[in-house]
Design a protein around this ligand. Structure first.
Ligand code: TRP
Length: 356
């Protein structure tokens, strides 16, 4: 077997994905290379430098194709940057450093990030990460950047307070009660309903968002539908139907269903909702996952052929026999961009994880 580096593998996948969505790969590949830094040069045969939770096999990168109702699909990368000696804090610092460099080149809007940054810092943070980021590539546009903080850095019980303070500082205090009053099953905050990510878009456009993600462990589709109902204009029936069809489970007792509230710039309450079904946990293999996702894409009038092309861009392995390539599938309702997203694992370390 050829001794590929992590960057060879991920960069090849990214280049092919850019082809699929008709984008010039040069900026995406350059950003990926910078993001991976020296760790990108490691051989894929070596174990990962840090067991990132971005993907099940610890690859610090996950791809996604975001289908939009009113514009061409976007290509996205969720990633964890690594410090030279990786660790949750070192990785967060590496992310800040990466963003500082990109700020100079791409003019990121970081004032909201600066306003809340200290709330998401601790000497001894709990959990698997402090800060992740995503890169979003849209045809004909400059790359966009988004950060994800871990509200549970002081433990699950402290997360609500961290989120409330962050929203307060962003002038969104009232939105908090609205989101959490109905989103959470009574008595489950910090237990089966967990505040998992607090996300910010790093641009200043009218569509810049704050997003709050809640993981609903051991939930039913109707629990998530109730959370979605908080948002005016979002049809909870669509959310329930999407979970049922993608997950085919009465109770989602494997990996949790995740919901997110979107508050776009200028709004004082959530105006969008997305649900993420960790489909890999509810199928026998990726063949089955694909067969469930295709009709959903068709229902929402998205091109199913694009999914097959994207799958072919990341893997040549047979889809049957193993699940995990299609990690999540999500439905986005409300502004700024309704649509569906399919998350594709790189599986850079899949071989390694199969050994255990
Ligand atoms: N791997 C983690 C998980 O599955 C984090 C994650 C990656 C995630 N992509 C995601 C969570 C998409 C929700 C939606 O939980």
């Amino acid at each position: 077997m050829q001794d590929l580096s992590v960057f060879d593998h991920l960069g090849g996948q990214l280049r092919r994905l850019c082809d699929v969505v008709g984008m010039d790969p040069s900026t995406p590949v350059e950003l990926l290379s910078e993001l991976l830094g020296e760790h990108g040069r490691r051989s894929m045969q070596e174990p990962p430098a840090w067991p990132s939770d971005v993907a099940d096999d610890h690859t610090p990168v996950e791809f996604s194709i975001a289908y939009n109702e009113s514009e061409p699909p976007a290509l996205r990368i969720l990633a964890e940057a690594f410090g030279s000696t990786p660790g949750v804090r070192a990785n967060a610092l590496a992310t800040y450093e990466f963003l500082r460099r990109q700020s100079e080149r791409h003019g990121l809007a970081t004032s909201r990030l600066e306003a809340i940054r200290d709330l998401f810092e601790a000497d001894d943070p709990q959990g698997d990460f402090v800060l992740w980021l995503s890169l979003v590539f849209r045809t004909g546009r400059a790359p966009e950047f988004k950060v994800y903080f871990n509200p549970e850095l002081r433990g699950p019980a402290g997360a609500a307070d961290v989120v409330r303070r962050a929203l307060d500082r962003l002038g969104l205090g009232p939105a908090y009660e609205r989101m959490l009053s109905q989103a959470i099953r009574p008595a489950e905050l910090g237990r089966r309903d967990r505040l998992t990510f607090f996300a910010l878009d790093l641009h200043d456009g009218p569509q810049a968002r704050v997003k709050l993600y809640i993981s609903h462990h051991d939930a039913r589709a109707e629990d998530v539908a109730r959370a979605a109902a908080v948002v005016p204009g979002v049809d909870p029936e669509l959310v329930a139907a999407f979970c049922a069809e993608a997950g085919r489970a009465e109770r989602f007792s494997g990996r949790p269903l995740v919901g997110s509230y979107t508050i776009t710039q200028g709004a004082d309450r959530p105006n969008g909702y997305s649900v993420y079904v960790p489909i890999r946990s509810y199928v026998t293999d990726d063949r089955e996952a694909r067969e469930r996702v295709l009709p959903l894409l068709e229902r929402y009038r998205f091109d199913p052929a694009l999914l097959d092309e994207a799958i072919a861009a990341v893997t040549s392995r047979p889809l049957d026999g193993d699940a995990g390539l299609i990690a999540h599938v999500s439905l986005r309702l409300g502004p700024p961009r309704p649509g569906m997203t399919v998350y594709l694992s790189s599986e850079a370390y899949r071989g390694a994880s199969l050994v255990h």
